[in-house]
Write a protein that binds this ligand. Structure first.
Ligand code: PMP
Length: 461
């Protein structure tokens, strides 16, 4: 029996899923008891599940479906490429046309001096590449002691041993022996949660200067790089104070360390610019890319490498690479995706229509009794829950209790939002319209109403 074409009842799909499929970041027993939602189709910003519900996807999958679902052009590009050359590698003095074309296109889209890409199949793999790239860079320059990479608490850079170590997620580090050696974390610029009585501007400077202090504590001769997401995504859509990035850039300029901007979420239009680094006016040495590069239609990631780093790395063999580095089908799909973003002027749509509409919708929740901060930037938004709007305080209940209630209410109301602790976040496709925002306001409004009622009934307020 072909399960793909046989349209089994939802309960049967859930049973098989629970019996045989281990889900990421999920407890199997709890999930089996609740049952998974089985997504069967999608178009634009809407998902359809196996029971026929139409769900508004305010997360663009996992922050990745930038052009929206259902674009036949990408399916056609994949099909064409699979028929012509489904696979070949880029090791051993070989290359192929899709990877050549995509490398050229990325060099054209990225700011100077980014003219080289090292490909991977995901953001995690690309960040693992980055660990090796920056250490090899210093070793090739005769400074092999420069190994330490400074990252931040509550950062997310992936789930492999290397990238999970770069990340600053305590619940990930608690399992499996992370972080690996020579990765250290400074504090995040999360003013709402950690800024106490300081102004956001003061707090931004304070947190940025931790980088300088950490370099001094470790010894500059031991530090290879600093890595950060220009806006933390999975950490809760944390938009840093305006003083933060200029100060980080000043420190990176003054010190002999490389700056890695993890653009896995921000890259390809989420801030209204091609890259988040352009939005903040920062000048990294390496940028991690994935997600929006193919809008999630095919797995692909990579490291955009600036000229001076690429030149040093190129002086000898770089003993690193993946079977799927520059996979031809993924490259062909990515090229078609970039063509659509460019030719349909999706950045213009974000700046002129989608981001202002999203901002209005997010701000419409600012007066809700549970919400202490309602904020967006480009196509990223966050709603922070608090029991006391005037004081930026957390709940007495364990962190995430209200967030989980809200996420389940969203589920019931056919809208996908994610919760990070007691913060609800959105990252919708860039093609979002005002009509979508109306649906968002209506469904999220209902979900928030139900959350408030449950929180009251359970004595959490
Ligand atoms: N970096 C950032 C900033 C991310 O948000 C993610 C994924 N959410 C990753 C890296 C890892 O990407 P992947 O899941 O493709 O390995």
């Amino acid at each position: 029996m072909n399960i793909l074409t046989n349209h089994l009842p939802t309960a049967e799909l859930q049973r098989i899923d629970a019996a045989h499929h281990m889900h990421p970041f999920t407890g199997g027993a709890e999930l089996a008891a609740k049952g998974t939602r089985v997504i069967t189709r999608a178009d634009g910003v809407m998902l359809t599940d196996s029971d026929g519900h139409e769900i508004l996807d305010m997360m663009a999958g996992l922050w990745c479906v930038n052009i929206g679902y259902g674009r036949d052009e990408l399916a056609d590009a994949a099909s064409r490429q699979m028929r012509e050359l489904p696979y070949y590698n880029t090791f051993f003095q070989t290359s192929h046309v899709p990877v050549i074309a995509l490398s050229q296109k990325l060099a054209e889209l990225a700011p100077e001096p980014f003219n080289n890409t090292f490909f991977a199949a995901s953001g995690s793999e690309a960040n693992d590449t980055n660990i090796r790239l920056v250490r090899q860079y210093w070793a090739a320059l005769g400074k092999p002691s420069k190994k330490v990479i400074i990252s931040r608490t509550n950062a997310y850079h992936g789930s492999s041993m290397g990238s999970g170590s770069l990340g600053g997620m305590a619940h990930m580090h608690a399992q499996g022996g992370l972080p690996i050696e020579n990765i250290v974390h400074i504090d995040q610029p999360h003013w709402w949660a950690e800024g106490a009585e300081m102004s956001p501007e003061e707090f931004g400077l304070l947190r940025a200067r931790q980088l300088e202090q950490e370099i001094d504590a470790l010894g500059e001769e031991n530090v290879a790089a600093f890595i950060a997401e220009p806006i933390q995504g999975a950490g809760g859509v944390i938009i840093p104070p305006e003083t933060y990035w200029p100060e980080i850039q000043r420190i990176c300029d003054a010190r002999e360390i490389l700056l890695i901007a993890d653009e896995v979420i921000l890259g390809f239009g989420r801030t209204g610019k091609w890259f988040g680094s352009e939005y903040y006016g920062i000048r990294p040495d390496i940028m991690t890319i994935a997600k929006g590069l193919s809008s999630g239609y095919a797995p692909i990631g990579g490291s955009l490498v600036s000229d001076h780093v690429a030149e040093v790395i190129g002086r000898s063999d770089f003993n690193h690479g993946y079977t799927y580095s520059g996979h031809p089908v993924s490259c062909a799909v990515a090229l078609e995706n970039l063509r659509i973003i460019e030719e349909e002027n999706l950045l213009g749509h974000v700046n002129d229509h989608a981001a202002p509409a999203l901002a209005k919708a997010i701000e419409s929740f600012a007066d809700h009794p549970l919400i202490g901060e309602a904020r967006s930037l480009g196509m990223l938004g966050a709603l922070q829950f608090t029991p006391d709007k005037s004081r930026r305080v957390p709940f007495k209940a364990p962190k995430g209790t209200i967030g989980q209630i809200a996420r389940e209410a969203c589920f019931r109301n056919n809208i996908v939002m994610r919760h990070v602790g007691d913060r609800m976040i959105v990252s919708p496709p860039l093609i979002l319209t005002e009509e979508h925002c109306e649906i968002f306001k209506e469904r999220a409004g209902k979900a928030l109403g139900e959350t408030y009622a449950t929180a009251k009934a359970e004595g959490l307020l």
